[in-house]
Design a protein around this ligand. Sequence first.
Ligand code: ATP
Length: 256
Amino acid sequence: MTQEGKNIIVQHLTRRFGDFTAVDDLTFGVERGEVFGFLGANGAGKTTAIRMLCGLLKPTSGRAEVAGYDVARRPEQVKRRIGYMSQRFSLYDDLTVGENLQLFGTIYGLRRAALRERTEEMYRKLEMEPLKNQLVGGLPPGWKQKIALSAAMLHRPEVLFLDEPTGGVDPLGRRRFWELILDAADEGTTILVTTHYLDEALYCNRTLIMADGQMKALDKPRTLMREYGARDMDDLFGKLTRSTAVPDTTAKEGEA
Ligand SMILES: Nc1ncnc2c1ncn2[C@@H]1O[C@H](COP(=O)(O)OP(=O)(O)OP(=O)(O)O)[C@@H](O)[C@H]1O
């Protein structure tokens, strides 16, 4: 594909399950180092879209390219270049922090020396050295979440997919977690993150709002709020997910 600088390119991506269309004709691109939010209620199609972009589920029609590779034709190349963290944190409760990281590093094909170096780096960065011999099962959700993020990033992926990574974490923990996400983006990682905490959209460079598998809007969150005359993200979301939503042109007047 020809769109320079884009790390994710999605064109008319569609997935049906029988007669039901879970993802309906999505088209967008994500820049390298961008934090791109997927906002939608339960069942909007976010996870289905992510599974296609990770090369885990074949599109019914349309196409997508991630880190330079077609997700349907070259899923193995895609998987090597991405990190994925699901809402369930994907960790093994009965292994220690160190064992979990070792396991994920091995799955991602890291050699022993690289794995050791990156694990040490993660311990330092997240100040979790004292936890390395503790079983993951006994840790609070905020820590599990940071460890799951570390596991998904051990192999330094170009693109990171985070599917509701902050579910079940308290507000302070969510804020700290977002600092980690933004740090990773500053270092050049492209991030696609889904959430149904609407306030989290404000951390994203751009947000795609989804309902019933379809894209209802896509832009910088504050631009969208202005465009639709919304007080906050909740208000915007309500306006956009009602089928009659139209941009509020009067709200735009007089604004820069
Ligand atoms: N394998 C499947 N077979 C049939 N229907 C499916 C399948 N996977 C997902 N769906 C349906 O597709 C729709 C979108 O689901 P999806 O999990 O993508 O939504 P979501 O936006 O991620 O929601 P959530 O926040 O609950 O995870 C839902 O109605 C779901 O029931």
